[in-house]
Write a protein that binds this ligand. Structure first.
Ligand code: ACO
Length: 322
């Protein structure tokens, strides 16, 4: 099972950045587009407004640049760019190639599509690259779901939106942040949430909801076990931002109070690959995470994918030197 092995070179997140398109779409705006109302959307999803617009490359460049500036590193120092996205700008090449060029990077660049679990998949992949010798990895989670949402379909249009979150991950000589991780997929459930090439997102909401809670809790439980920690030791849960009721049910089953979850979906909607880094970044900006705290990331999405990771937070690279 994927516990982090002793002796593997570790890594820490040293910089982060967020990007949201300027255009705000409120629930009131949606009332004018199809048969819905603010009260229903808030009660059933927790979402009040969302941001729409921009391209996956454009938002990624914005969040990626912020993360590199915060980490204080030059583009040439990045050894790999991982872009988690379900909505590439073009079929070919990978949108990561466009972002690599626009950020002035000189490294390899590739997209990861694991739907809303994408950033956690990318986090684990970044640690794998670092274990094999990479020093610095730029991980960006970006989605522009508005482009593949049918704005006449109230089942999906109230949920999906656009955004980007980026993280610089740097190698350290000590054990690093990552204590345990889990990546899952159940392709037999792909029919409940999909978009054909050039098609809109199609979803059986109730079925996705039912499975989402179960697979989030299953994945989180595996990561906690691999990390050798208990749920109550977790200071902050950073869950995928799909629906406040899904987050609340998952927190409940993990035996954790809602105050320990980072929630941004009321203002962002479901931004898929961007949702976990956006929620992490806000918690960091609000000073909700201190060095030494245990943080649990947990996502689920189309596929159906699920992914989680437990980290012991620390931003001080030097602290980890032997
Ligand atoms: N506005 C008003 N009424 C609505 C709306 C709407 N936007 N949508 C549905 N309704 C109505 C339905 O027609 C139904 O009416 P009826 O009782 O007269 O038949 C009633 O509200 C209840 O419908 P449900 O589908 O049972 O509503 P539910 O409580 O399940 O909420 C929702 C629907 C919000 C979609 C929920 O099922 C959900 O969040 N599912 C998970 C979705 C999700 O997380 N997707 C993203 C996965 S991540 C990724 O990979 C992108």
């Amino acid at each position: 099972m994927p516990a982090v092995r002793d002796g593997v070179r570790g890594a820490v997140i040293t910089g982060w950045g967020s990007a949201l398109p300027p255009k705000v779409l409120t629930n009131k705006d949606l009332e004018g587009m199809f048969d819905t109302n603010d009260e229903w959307i808030v009660e059933r999803t927790g979402i009040r407004e969302r941001r729409v617009g921009g391209t996956t490359a454009g938002l990624s460049v914005e969040s990626g640049r912020q993360a590199m500036e915060m980490a204080g590193i030059e583009p040439a120092a990045i050894d790999a760019l991982i872009l988690a996205t379900t909505t590439p700008d073009r079929r070919v090449p990978a949108t990561a190639s466009t972002v690599q060029h626009e950020l002035g990077l000189t490294c390899g660049a590739f997209d990861v599509n694991a739907a809303c679990s994408g950033w956690v998949y990318g986090l684990v992949t970044a640690h794998g690259l670092i274990a094999m010798g990479a020093e610095k990895v730029l991980l960006i989670g970006t989605d522009t779901l508005a482009r593949i949402t049918d704005w006449d379909d109230r089942n999906t249009a109230v949920l999906f939106a656009d955004g980007s979150g980026a993280s610089v991950i740097e190698a350290v000589d000590g054990p690093g942040q990552l204590l345990g991780w889990d990546l899952d997929s159940d392709g037999s459930a792909e029919r409940f949430l999909y978009a054909e090439i050039d098609g809109f997102l199609m979803m059986e909401g109730r079925e996705v909801f039912r499975r989402a809670v179960r697979i989030m809790v299953d994945s989180a439980t595996k990561s906690l076990a691999h990390a050798g920690v208990k749920a109550e030791d977790i200071a902050l849960v950073v869950p995928h931002q799909a629906n406040i009721r899904i987050i609340s049910a998952a927190m409940d089953r993990l035996g954790l109070p809602m105050e320990r979850a980072s929630v941004v979906l009321d203002r962002t909607g479901n931004t898929s690959s961007a949702s976990i880094p956006l929620a992490l970044n806000e918690a960091l900006e609000q000073g909700r995470v201190s060095d030494g705290d245990l943080v649990l990331f947990v996502g689920f999405g189309a596929g159906m994918s699920a992914a989680s990771a437990v980290v012991r937070w620390s931003t001080d690279v030097d602290e980890h030197q032997p």
